[in-house]
Design a binder for this molecule. Structure first.
Ligand code: CP
Length: 298
């Protein structure tokens, strides 16, 4: 399989490419200044939604690769005033080596990928968060070694983070389970689906969660979501039902006291802060892969 052109869902990677990416990410974590893959090149990073981790990890990561991160906010772009996604893609392709987009509109992301002549990276969309998933796998690999046959259980809201974890996890040979209440579960996934969180974490090596009210969720549904998801929090008790040594993951931002207890979030049964750091290392390896010469380009 040739190197992927875009990175939209994570399914663009095959097992060998993903393995290579995770090895490169680990090497770049050991030696952050060792690659100049973006020397003298610009990466356009469009944030139509708020971000702490994605923005800081991409901005610092592009810099460490020798490139210039060009951060673009919607109020600075003609896209907000009616310029088409096609024209935006054509222009940004003339100035940048890669285009990243965080958006609440899947059509804009797909339109950008259709019309850009440089790789497009999904920095979060309503359906997918593949950049998070590659950092998750790096974190799991650091703790568990070979991921084949290992089990991770995602508990809580079946959202873009859960979907991408399942997509990329399957490529790595990881068994991904998702435990969510009725009405909050995803169906378009290779993951094994559960309703009972305790049943779902039995035999798991790690337990993962995300906020119960995401950026894309209507604030008017917040109270109902909190009530429905109440029994899906990561607690010490839930971790006790998983394998010995099982640890918690969370893509952040967290709401301690809701989807995770404060004792787990800041305790020694988690790898959440390593996971946040790993965003940078995994994304640097991804950018290296995307800008590497492709055989079909001659
Ligand atoms: N996990 C994640 O994407 O964090 P941000 O929303 O802060 O970028």
């Amino acid at each position: 399989m040739p190197a992927p052109h875009h990175f939209i869902t994570g399914a663009e990677l095959d097992a060998d490419r993903l393995d290579l990416l995770l090895h490169r990410a680990a090497a770049l974590k050991e030696a952050p200044q060792s690659s100049r893959a973006l020397e003298g090149r610009t990466v356009a990073l469009i944030f139509q939604k708020p971000s702490t981790r994605t923005r800081t990890s991409f901005e610092s990561g592009v810099f460490e690769l020798g490139g210039h991160p060009m951060i673009l906010r919607p109020d600075e772009m003609q896209l907000t005033r009616g310029e088409s996604v096609k024209d935006t893609a054509l222009v940004l392709s003339r100035h940048s080596a890669v285009i990243g987009l965080r958006t609440g509109d899947e059509d804009q992301l797909n339109g950008l990928a259709e019309h850009a002549s440089v790789p497009v990276v999904n920095m979060l969309s309503p359906g997918h968060h593949p950049c998070q998933a590659i950092a998750d796998l790096l974190t799991l690999k650091e703790a568990l070694g070979d991921l084949k046959g290992r089990t991770i259980t995602y508990v809580g809201d079946g959202n873009n983070v859960a979907r991408s974890l399942a997509v990329v996890g399957e490529i790595a040979g990881l068994k991904v389970r998702i435990a969510a209440p009725s009405g909050y579960q995803i169906t378009d996934t290779p993951a094994e689906l559960f309703e009972d969180p305790v049943e779902a974490v039995k035999g798991a090596d790690a337990i993962y969660t995300d906020v119960w009210v995401s950026m894309s969720d209507d604030e008017s549904s917040a109270a109902a979501r909190r009530e429905a998801l109440h029994d899906y929090a990561i607690t010490d008790e839930l971790l006790d039902h998983a394998n010995d040594g099982a640890f918690a993951l969370h893509c952040l931002p967290a709401h301690p006291g809701e989807e995770i207890t404060e004792s787990v979030l800041y305790g020694d049964r988690q790898r959440i802060w390593d996971q946040a750091e790993n965003r940078r290392h995994a994304q640097k390896a991804l950018l290296e892969l995307l800008v590497s010469p492709r055989a079909e380009d001659g």
